[in-house]
Every structure is written in structure tokens, then in C-alpha cells.
Design a protein around this ligand. Structure first.
Ligand SMILES: *[C@@H]1O[C@H](CO)[C@@H](O)[C@H](O)[C@H]1NC(C)=O
Ligand SMILES: *[C@@H]1O[C@H](CO)[C@@H](O)[C@H](O)[C@H]1NC(C)=O
Ligand SMILES: *[C@@H]1O[C@H](CO)[C@@H](O)[C@H](O)[C@H]1NC(C)=O
Ligand SMILES: *[C@@H]1O[C@H](CO)[C@@H](O)[C@H](O)[C@H]1NC(C)=O
Ligand SMILES: *[C@@H]1O[C@H](CO)[C@@H](O)[C@H](O)[C@H]1NC(C)=O
Ligand SMILES: *[C@@H]1O[C@H](CO)[C@@H](O)[C@H](O)[C@H]1NC(C)=O
Ligand SMILES: *[C@@H]1O[C@H](CO)[C@@H](O)[C@H](O)[C@H]1NC(C)=O
Length: 483
């Protein structure tokens, strides 16, 4: 986070300059390493020094200011270093609000040895995340829409910070458009808003339009509307039948039975039969009821459909006969109700002695919207390449993402995690222990004596155990951190 060096101290007291290890005092201010939402309390640390211990230790004041108001400090102490100098540290907790996008926090240290106080300031916008609110408006509005009218659906994304987001339009859970970082307007309070319009043609069939927003790499937000044209009366009293063909509102995994329902009204007799077919095979046990209502009949029919892994291209036909004549037939793609979760694996290969290529393979998922992130010690690694997406023959998707890691950066064993989020489900993780040693261990296998492979095998088993323990630990720690 922001570190502002203290201003040059021209008029220090001579003793401070005489102190051999006491360099020019500086001041630094750090905040939380991740953005936080309004309502959360976050710590800021201020450190100033070095100051000569003997002379000035107890002769200082630290003041915190939020904008121009004094803000209470929660802890203040002196930390001695080895060279007889002290550093002053102070901590302040700030409860963030939405208005803090344009606020700043200042730490000011006065010390007898200083002519002017040391002072540093940080913008609270650096640590703040304001999650947008979403809504969709329709123009013309719902009650005045007729068949084939063009309707403007506008997704309003209101009051967010920072600006980066992705907006996706879905029609019956199928993606129709995605925008990365669409144009925003700035609000007087420093937050941003945007609106984006999708034009759709109204039909008698009810359709769901949804606007999804992924803001600042957070879990997606969603809002939706149903669009259906009003019954359009025509000349000689004959009317177009309004109907609803509905499935579940959430996608389901293979193995789940989903219910599809057809409802319609205005039939002149009760001689109505409804047949359901999945991929040309009749579905068993549909439940159909015909109810008298005024001078006409209402029909409701529903059926259970078992979703399978390979249903991306499957469809269900709803066939309605009235007085033994075909009256209505509609085909529904099952892909809009299906969610096939991915399997995630990570592997490593070495490209040179210091660079290691880690590959995250995300296999056989549907629909195609996934979000992939690499973490090391629970910190997101920035600047990774764009993943490559491939469509499989069965309609599912596979995604591969390569990460180049400098393995010569020393340290405790490094664990890379590939985290994949799919359709708002809890993220799936796969871990990899970076090991340059692994390559050198594998190399000599061919040329070593007979007992060597056994030894390597034992080492390998031990390594596997460590890997298991490590991956549990990482998952646990990351969960604790809510990553
Ligand atoms: C502030 O300092 C404390 C120790 O004094 C440390 O545990 C904490 O991580 C620091 N926080 C930040 C935001 O630097
Ligand atoms: C700093 O400390 C030394 C030794 O304790 C003392 O002789 C000197 O007078 C002190 N200087 C000031 C400005 O207090
Ligand atoms: C610190 O504050 C106290 C009380 O406000 C004041 O008496 C003292 O002179 C201040 N010390 C310095 C070094 O500014
Ligand atoms: C802090 O905010 C001000 C405007 O409010 C801006 O001019 C300045 O560049 C910001 N500083 C940083 C470090 O972002
Ligand atoms: C829909 O949006 C387009 C382009 O923004 C505009 O020209 C049109 O008048 C709008 N239609 C309605 C009904 O508001
Ligand atoms: C029949 O359908 C119409 C239109 O959807 C509805 O207003 C009415 O209440 C229904 N009647 C019965 C008995 O369900
Ligand atoms: C990898 O890191 C080492 C040590 O930090 C550095 O010397 C080297 O230049 C880095 N290599 C690459 C390719 O970035």
C-alpha cells in the first residue's frame, strides 16, 4: 500500500544527526491488503522513525485524522531496533462507509527532534469496495407490450467502486452478450454507475432476461425480469392463446429431476391432451389437469425430466392437442437448465531451470462462464494470461490456463492454487507444490544403481504425504481468510 517518504528534514537537532545508525526519519502508512466493503472496520498502521532512544523516546505524539477530523488511535508503542533507535508505531481502526470513496486518512507524528511533524496520507478509496445495486427497467413497460414490439431492457448498475466490472446479459440462462469494463459515469459521492440497454422482441412465450455483474472479482450479482407480450385481440373475436412454458429458475446438476410446466387458458372444450417427449422418446407420467374457468377451460401439464451429463444438446417437446388436432408444439433446449460442474487439476512442467509452467485444466463444464484465479499463499497472482476456452463435441467446455512462475525465488515450500468459480457455486481448488527439486530428482533415475529407484519411491511417497497435508492446510487457511 502507499508508502510516502517523510519530507526532508533540514533542521534536525544535532544529536539526531550524530546518532550513527539513526538515519533520516521517515513515516509510512499501510492499510489492509485487500479491499473491504462499507461497514467493515479495517486497521491502518503508521510507523515513524528511526529516533534516537536515549534522548527522545517518550517525547512524541501521534495524531490520526480522517479528512480533517481527529480520529482515535487504538494502539501506540515504541519498537526498538538493534542500533539503539526507536520506531514509533500507531494503529487506527476505521469503519468504512460508502462516502469514504473520497475520504482520506492521515497519520501525523510530532517529535521533539523534529522541526515539522512527519505526515502521510492515504486515500480510503484504495481499500474500499462498494458493491453495486442492480435493477432492470423495461421501456415500454410490461403492461403495454404487444407481440413483436421491440422492448428496451436497461440494466442499471448503481453506485460501485472501483470501476472495473463485467456485465453479461442472459436470455433464459443463455449468454447473449458480455461487456468488459463498460463505460461508467461518476456520481457526486465518488462512486460510479452505468446503464446498458438490450433490445428484445416481445413474444407470447414468457422469457427471462437477466443481467449479471462481476465486480472487482467478487461473486457475481444478478437481477432478472420476465418479458411476455400481452394477449393480442384480433378482428373477429379470435384470439392468440397466451401460454407459459416454465422450468426451474436455477440450473441443476446431472442426476437431478427438473419439472417442466405448460399452462394455457381459453380452450373451448376440455378435450385437451398434452404429450412430452425428450429426444423423441415420450416422457412417462405427465400430470395434466383441465379446469373449467368461466366459459373456457384452463390447462396445466407438468412432467419430470432427469438431467444427464450429455444433455447440452437434448431437447424436450411439449405437444398439445385440442379436439384431436395439433394445437401447439414447442421445443425446449435442456441446456438452459443444466449445470455441469468442472473438474479442476493443476500440473507443472519446467521450461527452463528457473521458470516453471503451471497449467490449470478445467474440464467438462457447462455453461461456459467460469472465473479462474491463481493464488499463492492465499494472495491472488495478478497479470496471468487469458485462459483458452475449447468447446467439446458434447457441448461442454474445457479451459486451460498457463502460469509461468519464477521457481528460483527462494522461500519455504511454495504452494500454487488454481481457484475456479462456476455459476455462483462455491469455488473449486486444485493445489500444486512448486518443486524445482522434483526435476533434478527424476533426472538421474536411469543412471543410478538398483537401490536408487526404491529410495526415490520412498521419497516420493513421503512427498505425497506432505503434499496432502499441505493442500489441506492451504485450503483451511484460505477458507479462514474467506478466499
Ligand atoms: C499492523 O501491525 C500489526 C503489528 O503491529 C500487524 O500484525 C498487522 O498485520 C499490521 N497491519 C497492516 C495493515 O499493516
Ligand atoms: C541526549 O542524550 C545525551 C546522553 O544521554 C545527553 O548528554 C544529551 O544532553 C541529550 N540531548 C538532548 C537534546 O536531550
Ligand atoms: C504532545 O501532546 C501533549 C499534550 O497535548 C503536549 O503537552 C506535548 O508537548 C506534545 N509533545 C510534542 C513532542 O509535541
Ligand atoms: C487521492 O485522491 C485524490 C483526489 O481525491 C487524487 O488526486 C490522488 O491522486 C489520490 N492519491 C492516490 C495515491 O491515489
Ligand atoms: C430503445 O432504445 C433505442 C436506442 O437507445 C431508442 O432509439 C428507442 O427510442 C428506445 N425505445 C423505447 C421504446 O424507448
Ligand atoms: C384460468 O386462467 C386464467 C388466465 O391465466 C386465470 O385468470 C384464471 O384464474 C384461471 N382459472 C382457474 C380456475 O384456474
Ligand atoms: C527469478 O528470480 C531470481 C531471484 O529473485 C532473479 O534473479 C531472476 O532474474 C528471475 N528470473 C526471471 C526470469 O524473472
Amino acid at each position: 500500500m502507499a508508502t510516502t517518504p517523510g519530507r526532508a528534514l533540514g533542521s534536525l537537532l544535532p544529536t539526531l544527526l550524530l546518532g550513527l545508525t539513526a538515519g533520516q526519519p521517515f513515516i509510512s502508512l499501510t492499510g489492509p491488503s485487500q479491499r473491504t466493503s462499507p461497514g467493515d472496520s479495517v486497521p491502518f498502521n503508521c510507523t515513524a522513525g528511526p529516533f534516537n532512544s536515549q534522548n527522545f523516546s517518550r517525547d512524541f505524539n501521534v495524531t490520526w485524522l480522517k479528512d480533517s477530523d481527529e480520529h482515535p488511535a487504538s494502539a501506540q508503542r515504541l519498537v526498538p531496533d538493534n542500533g539503539g533507535n526507536d520506531f514509533i508505531t500507531s494503529k487506527a481502526w476505521v469503519t468504512l462507509t460508502r462516502q469514504d470513496v473520497s475520504s482520506e486518512i492521515t497519520c501525523k507524528v510530532t517529535h521533539r527532534a523534529l522541526a515539522d511533524p512527519l505526515k502521510t496520507t492515504m486515500n480510503l478509496s484504495q481499500v474500499l469496495r462498494v458493491v453495486p445495486t442492480l435493477k432492470i427497467t423495461t421501456e415500454p413497460s410490461g403492461t403495454h407490450v404487444h407481440v413483436q414490439d421491440r422492448v428496451n431492457l436497461t440494466c442499471h448498475v448503481l453506485h460501485f467502486y472501483p470501476t472495473h466490472l463485467r456485465l453479461t446479459w442472459m436470455e433464459n440462462r443463455r449468454m447473449i452478450q458480455t461487456l468488459v469494463s463498460p463505460q461508467v459515469t461518476r456520481n457526486p459521492d465518488g462512486t460510479y454507475s452505468l446503464e446498458h440497454t438490450w433490445q428484445a422482441e416481445a413474444t407470447l412465450e414468457e422469457r427471462e432476461f437477466a443481467c449479471w455483474v462481476v465486480h472487482d472479482e467478487q461473486p457475481p450479482l444478478k437481477t432478472n425480469v420476465a418479458l411476455q407480450a400481452r394477449l393480442h385481440r384480433q378482428g373477429k373475436g379470435q384470439s392468440v392463446q397466451p401460454y407459459k412454458l416454465q422450468g426451474p429458475l436455477q440450473r441443476s446438476e446431472p442426476g437431478t429431476r427438473i419439472r417442466l410446466t405448460y399452462t394455457s387458458s381459453g380452450f373451448s372444450t376440455h378435450q385437451v391432451t398434452v404429450t412430452w417427449l425428450k429426444n423423441k422418446h415420450e416422457l412417462p407420467n405427465p400430470q395434466t389437469s383441465v379446469q373449467y374457468s368461466g366459459h373456457t377451460y384452463n390447462v396445466t401439464s407438468s412432467v419430470l425430466v432427469l438431467l444427464t451429463d450429455d444433455d447440452v444438446f437434448s431437447h424436450v417437446v411439449c405437444h398439445v392437442e385440442h379436439k384431436l388436432m395439433r394445437f401447439f408444439q414447442k421445443t425446449i433446449g435442456l441446456d438452459q437448465y443444466l449445470r455441469v460442474p468442472p473438474t479442476v487439476t493443476v500440473s507443472q512442467s519446467s521450461t527452463s531451470s528457473s521458470l516453471v509452467a503451471a497449467t490449470c485444466l478445467v474440464q467438462r463444464f457447462y455453461p461456459q462462464n467460469v472465473h479462474l484465479a491463481w493464488l499463492e499463499d492465499c494472495h491472488t497472482l495478478k497479470g496471468t494470461e487469458q485462459p483458452t476456452l475449447k468447446k467439446n463435441d458434447d457441448g461442454s467446455y474445457t479451459l486451460e490456463n498457463l502460469l509461468l512462475v519464477n521457481a528460483s525465488v527462494q522461500g519455504p515450500e511454495r504452494v500454487l492454487t488454481c481457484m475456479v468459480e462456476h455459476e455462483g457455486q462455491p469455488p473449486k481448488r486444485a493445489n500444486l507444490i512448486l518443486s524445482t527439486a522434483a526435476h533434478t530428482a527424476y533426472k538421474p533415475i536411469g543412471s543410478t544403481g538398483p537401490e536408487m529407484p526404491a529410495l526415490i519411491f520412498v521419497v516420493f511417497l513421503l512427498g505425497l504425504k506432505v503434499l496432502l497435508v499441505m493442500s489441506f492446510t492451504v485450503t483451511y487457511i484460505c477458507r479462514r481468510w474467506n478466499l
